[in-house]
Design a protein around this ligand. Sequence first.
Ligand code: 6PG
Length: 468
Amino acid sequence: MTTASIGLIGLGTMGAMLALNIAEKGFPIAVWNRTTAVTHAFKAEAGALAAMITPTETLADLVAAIKPPRAIILMVPAGQAVDDQIAALRPLLAADDLIIDAGNALFHDTNRRSADAVQGPRFMGIGVSGGEEGARHGPAIMGGGLRSDWDRVAPVLNAIAAKYKGQPCADYMGPAGAGHFVKAVHNGIEYADMQMIAEVYGVMRDGLGMTAPQIAETFASWNQGPLQSYLIEISAQVSAATDTHSGKPMLDMIVDRAGQKGTGRWTVIEAQHLAATIPAIEAAVMARNLSSRLEERLAGEALFGAAPKPDVALTLAQLEQAMIAGKILCYAQGFTLISAAATAFNWPMPLPEIARVWREGCIIRSSMLNDMATALTEDPSRNLMLAPFFADHLKTSHPALRQVIAAAALHGLPVPALASGLAWFDMMRTGRSTANMIQAQRDFFGAHGFERVDGLTDKHGPWAGHGI
Ligand code: 6PG
């Protein structure tokens, strides 16, 4: 029976939530999972939504259950599983059917799959953010592929997306892998924002001697101000939670080794390819990598000693201001990476719309994103730190960022993302940098030449011939 308006493959947590969301918005959906028992259990547990769901046992049944031209969402693990699924579907689909990869794919893979789809069936890659809750009740959606394909499925995607004041947090980002690229940058910002929060938490815990419940209160109060965001909100909640086994703060019972699926790393690798400067995001990925080296860290602590007992002279107001500055800088870096990609790949990526899509549903949603959307609408090509609204914020907050980093450094508390953010800010406001020294060194040892400040055409220094 061809009754479904859309299909979905992969009923893991995210796939199942997305399918329920689609059904709830009134779109009959056909679903298929590698393990048939999972498919039937999914329908059985769908309650009132079960009537909207067609479980299928074979891919042929799935295809037959969807009204042509078909759209089928893939929610399978990124990588080979996506290629395998496309290969299995292809012979069953017509040229104008559309496969939509909604997983966290590497955008280069999405570029390749889009190129392979020219003869049909069609292919799109969409970035979906918001975790389990978002998938079920409204994620942020970043679409990539052909505009005409996006337009075809936009009614479903807009319906299931989170809403910001009634506006869907879903939009078309550009061709081929553009949607997955924007999702990767989202995740890079996610890593940096999380790391900065963790650093400020560390200063409170180890520098100020605050308990987890006190830290929870601080985050909760920050969430009422300019830092209002999902990540600050959940940081308050996790800091407030008590472990049911030990009765201690839950946070204190969690091993300090951070996991990662790799999207932050992809973002950093791509930034290097594009010569885009995202040091706060790089520092955050480094910090996750280093966190896993627990034995080495313990050996380091045994040899050099841990940071002294709490006696840092900082106020919570200074920490809040430092976090505001750090947050602006890490988002600004993310947007510079998107700009670099837009130029390098000739993708006309809509920067203000990206900020708008991120206002609700996604992990990095924050009240600042609305102001970022406004600033990027005024001038999409301007670095966000130069936009008057954020420049004013930074003028107020960067002195505190400096004080926090200085105090942390003197005390031996690591704040790599905050410090990288500040270094970027200071480099970005230095008209006369120190790269003249680099140029002189390059010319000395390799006769690489330089430009002169006075416009004379001599390209080499008086050390010519001294090089190796
Ligand atoms: C989102 C998240 C999500 C991501 C997880 C885990 O936007 O919903 O970015 O897509 O996969 O947060 O990521 P890590 O395992 O790399 O921390």
